[in-house]
Design a protein around this ligand. Structure first.
Ligand code: HEM
Length: 516
């Protein structure tokens, strides 16, 4: 049995030890509190660096006060982590959503993106104001993107040069006569390609479609190139594209590094094609058939100035890229949506069957007249463009202080027009995540509410060509084929463009035509 004194001693010891434990605990608590306070201080300090540099020092008190709501994130990274996190999740809209939640639906927010202080515009009215004002807003793509597309491409040259080169290149692509001519090539290529795919078993549907649209744009720009050159170039473009929206980290293993290498290859190949073309033209001066490379070589500016090789090559790099990536992706999504919505599929198929049936018996294939009759299909394509948002954002830069919605857009700051947010805004498109081509019945979008091809002087010069390619493809697909995806629930990657992670592994099956 324990004596009272022993018990007392033990109690004393316990109480002694607990009082020293208590003191230790109190000490460690206060260390922890200091550490937390320090960490909070560091966080607050770091969080304030961009504000200090770009707002306090950059703008001064009065101009700073008029900035829109928002936050400039962390030094160097700005809001990029949040952006990348959202676009690597299955909810890319959560990025802008977090600004709307925190600062209300002002349609204009400040942020720090791609290394620059930025004003983000997310409503039709704010985007429209920028698109229609070429004097106060010029292209403002991240430096890294300009490095990839080219300093002499449309996003790097002066407004004057842009106007001249655009005029030269857009009519031969998008004009009525040009489209009628390309229609034949597109049709022939689509028919033979669908037939080939149906015998290939499983294919990466997206990859194959990108090859198809690349073949078409190559025909327009570099008509004489062989299949092997086309195949090689297309593969290089895949690397270039993956680097477009990536962080500009030029180190081995990073997408941007691979993209820069891809650009070097493209420049080399296009330079040798240009040299060969020049040599050929010196031997056979006047060719009957001219493609866009010939046009670019022939163009003369003020005082007879011809384009330099760098200008021709950068224009080609830009057009060949813009001219196949987006069309390939949209064609894939339109096919996927059609196949996933049986009612829409049936209606679209019936329209194409009617068009086919009503064609004059002596007519060999489609003409623009039939394409213009594809009213329902056109709604399917518009709805796909709205939902998919291939170009989810476009970049500009303010040349002077501008007032938008009562807020200051400071001179020199970058501007991002979030086309995606406009298209996914329930105030503009009720139930925006629903694929519903019938929402376009009798609906004419107000200016600024439908921007899949941008707007103003930078409106996509290939919009009509793209819609033609997609329509012709879907016409033949709906008449004769079915798409069966290997994993219909496959998750979607949103960067650089929305695509199923498996590039839409699928089979294309020929189905017997229903008797008409
Ligand atoms: C579905 C297909 C397409 C979509 C969704 C699309 C989308 C866009 C968008 C949104 C812009 C404007 C970017 C801005 O505001 O700065 C643009 C510009 C451009 N697009 Fe397209 N595009 C498509 C197809 C094409 C095709 C087929 C071509 C080539 C034939 C093309 C060539 C270009 C060029 C060169 C520009 C730059 C225009 C300029 O800065 O003046 N695009 N495209």
């Amino acid at each position: 049995m324990m004596s009272l004194s022993t018990t007392m001693a033990m109690v004393m010891m316990t109480s002694n030890s607990s009082s020293s434990d208590g003191a230790m605990m109190a000490r460690s608590c206060s260390y922890a509190a200091i550490l937390v306070a320090l960490a909070a201080g560091v966080v607050a300090l770091l969080g304030g660096v961009n504000v200090w540099v770009y707002e306090h020092r950059g703008l001064g008190r009065e101009r700073r006060r008029r900035l829109p709501p928002g936050d400039l994130g962390w030094p160097v990274m700005g809001n990029m982590w949040a952006f990348l996190r959202a676009f690597k999740s299955d909810d890319p809209d959560s990025f802008i959503g977090s600004f709307v939640k925190r600062y209300k639906r002002t349609g204009i927010y400040k942020a720090f993106m791609f290394g620059s202080p930025t004003i983000m515009l997310t409503t039709p009215e704010t985007c429209k104001q920028v698109l229609m004002d070429d004097e106060r807003f010029v292209p403002g793509w991240p430096k890294a993107t300009v490095e990839l597309v080219g300093k002499k491409s449309f996003i790097g040259i002066s407004q004057e040069e842009h106007k001249r080169l655009r005029k030269l290149t857009s009519t031969p692509i998008n004009g009525y006569e040009a489209l009628s001519t390309y229609l034949k090539f597109i049709e022939k290529t689509v028919v033979s390609t669908l037939d080939r795919w149906s015998e290939m078993g499983q294919i990466e549907f997206l990859t194959e479609l990108r090859r198809l649209t690349f073949r078409i744009i190559m025909h327009i720009f570099l008509s004489s190139e062989t299949d092997s050159v086309i195949g090689d170039l297309e593969r290089v473009y895949t690397d270039l594209n993956y680097g477009m929206r990536a962080m500009a980290i030029n180190l081995p293993g990073f997408a941007y590094h691979r993209a820069l290498k891809a650009r070097k290859v493209l420049v080399r190949v296009l330079q040798s094609i240009l040299d060969d073309r020049r040599a050929l033209r010196s031997k056979i001066p006047s060719q009957a058939e001219k493609d866009m490379m010939d046009n670019l070589m022939d163009v003369e500016g003020e005082m007879g100035r011809k384009l330099t090789d760098e200008e021709i090559i950068d224009t080609l790099i830009m057009y060949l890229n813009a001219g196949h990536e987006s069309s390939g992706h949209i064609t894939m999504w339109a096919t996927v949506f059609l196949q996933a919505h049986p009612e829409v599929y049936r209606k679209a198929k019936k329209e194409q069957e009617d068009i086919q049936r009503n064609m004059p018996p002596t007519q060999a294939g489609l003409t623009l007249k039939e394409v213009r009759k594809m009213e329902y299909l056109s709604k399917v394509i518009d709805e796909t463009l709205r939902m998919v948002n291939i170009s989810f954002v476009a970049f500009r830069q303010a040349t002077t202080d501008v007032n938008i919605n009562g807020y200051l857009v400071p001179k020199g700051w970058k501007i991002q027009m979030w086309y995606r947010s406009v298209h996914m805004d329930p105030h503009v498109y009720p139930n925006p995540k629903e694929f519903n081509p019938s929402r376009w019945d009798g609906f004419v979008p107000k200016a600024g509410t439908f921007l899949p091809f941008g707007g103003g002087s930078r409106l996509c010069p290939g919009n009509e060509l793209a819609k033609l390619e997609i329509s012709v493809f879907l016409h033949y697909f709906l008449l004769d084929y079915e798409l069966n995806r290997l994993s219909p629930q496959c998750s979607v990657r949103y960067l650089p463009h929305p695509r199923p992670k498996d590039n839409c592994m699928a089979t294309i099956t020929k189905v017997p035509r229903t008797s008409m």
